[in-house]
Design a protein around this ligand. Structure first.
Ligand SMILES: Cc1cc2nc3c(=O)[nH]c(=O)nc-3n(C[C@H](O)[C@H](O)[C@H](O)COP(=O)(O)OP(=O)(O)OC[C@H]3O[C@@H](n4cnc5c(N)ncnc54)[C@H](O)[C@@H]3O)c2cc1C
Length: 384
């Protein structure tokens, strides 16, 4: 699928592609084992690839939604662990702060997030709370200096490296978002290792053991944490993960097509067998369709169309499934070589599985999309 990009868009996407090729490709397996190093975070910052959602006057390099999506695809195609940084730090944390942060919070955090001098993480999920995110159990109460936060978070991407966390906590029925600096007393960070996906993305469990934060650290207003701040964060995150899934699927498609063009069995190259060709054809179709849905969602986001939110869910749900299908077929085409630990398709296959779970699982997207469908298309369908 040929995309018509402006010269400016093309240059940014080209920079991301060059970065992935020169700085990431050779080290993907190393990052999978040891984690993405800070040096790569800062290098991405220097390339202007962390400030896409940060205003220019705060040191950002703002991008339209489609360009940002294509950048996410380019990085995600090569290194999913690095792509997690674009989703969480550069999209969710920076984007949500740009939308809901106070003037002082923006001035303090956004320039440093854009350069990568500070790493931000998004701490919503907990040991007992995943999809039902409105029911976070982490609590806060008023204290002399502001608020005291008590509770545990889990699966915090880049949490083991982050300098600041966007944390959601409840007091009675209200949920509030807070910025919690890692160096505050009683913040405990425990890395989570040996996971199938996101192994190099510094996943962590966080324990806030009566952590004191000043009232200036409230993001948005008291009680606005779920309906406004979190909803913005999840919307941004979904859009990013949709593109991440396109990247994974595109990476698998390229690996599968390349291998099928080289490997010979029965005196023919694999891509000459009709059954293999069918897998490639399905993958091409799936990837093009997923990218088209992402482009559509991006176009609506750039127009600030309210439909952008549901279209991002649709794109995310579809693209995550595509990533699972295409990586499975890519692995199949590679035969036993596809199973080799640390190989390109083995890593993409593992990473694809997470994309149907994170940022609203496939089932949660189906609920949202189903509700939308019933409203948007159901008028009169129950009348007899
Ligand atoms: C690699 C990785 C990175 C992550 N990074 C972050 C992060 O940075 N910050 C963060 O806060 N969280 C993060 N998460 C957590 C992620 O957001 C949750 O895993 C996700 O929200 C699902 O929650 P859960 O895993 O607790 O599953 P559950 O919510 O317990 O769901 C389990 C299963 O039940 C299904 N299910 C749940 N409710 C329903 C329903 N109503 N109807 C039908 N089916 C349902 C789900 O679809 C799923 O299949 C990360 C997770 C992973 C794997």
């Amino acid at each position: 699928m040929k995309l018509r990009l402006t010269a400016e868009q093309d240059a940014v996407v080209g920079r991301a592609r060059a970065f992935a090729s020169s700085r990431l490709r050779a080290r993907v397996a190393e990052f999978d084992q040891a984690g993405v190093p800070r040096e790569i975070v800062q290098a991405l910052g220097r390339e202007g690839l962390l400030g896409a959602l940060v205003p220019a006057d705060l040191g950002g390099s703002p991008l339209d939604a489609i360009t940002w999506g294509l950048v996410t695809e380019e990085i995600g195609k090569v290194c999913c662990n690095t792509r997690y940084l674009l989703t969480v730090h550069a999209s969710i944390v920076a984007g949500t702060l740009a939308r809901w942060g106070s003037r002082a919070q923006k001035a303090k955090w956004l320039p440093a997030l854009a350069t990568g001098d500070v790493v931000g993480a998004f701490a919503l999920s907990e040991p007992e709370t995943g999809s039902d995110a409105a029911n976070v159990r982490t609590r806060y109460e008023a204290s002399e200096g502001g608020f005291r936060i008590e509770g545990r978070k889990r699966w915090t991407t880049f949490g083991a490296m982050a300098d600041v966390f966007l944390v959601f906590a409840r007091r009675g029925d209200e949920v509030t978002a807070f910025l919690v600096e890692r160096d505050r007393p009683n913040v405990h960070v425990k890395p989570i290792r040996d996971v199938l996906a996101g192994r190099g993305s510094h996943l962590a469990e966080l324990h806030f053991e009566g952590v004191e934060v000043p009232k200036e650290n409230v993001v948005g207003s008291l009680g606005a944490g779920f309906r406004y701040v979190c909803s913005t964060a999840l919307d941004i995150g979904r859009y990013s993960v949709a593109w991440a899934a396109v990247g994974v699927a595109q990476g698998a498609l390229e690996a599968m097509s390349t291998y099928a063009g080289k490997r010979e069995q029965f005196g023919q190259r694999l891509h000459e067998f009709q059954l293999v060709k069918a897998m490639i054809a399905d993958a091409v179709t799936d990837v093009h369709a997923a990218r088209a849905l992402c482009m559509h969602a991006g176009m609506l986001r750039d127009k600030r169309d309210p439909e952008a939110m549901i279209e991002s869910s649709i794109a995310k749900q579809f693209a995550a499934r595509v990533a699972t299908r295409v990586t499975a077929d890519a692995l199949q085409v590679h035969g036993a070589y596809g199973l080799l630990h640390g190989g390109v398709v083995e890593m993409l296959f593992r990473e694809a599985r997470a994309l149907s779970i994170i940022e609203g699982s496939t089932q949660i997207q189906q609920i949202v999309i189903g509700d939308h469908g019933a409203q948007a298309y159901g008028e009169g369908t129950h009348e007899t």
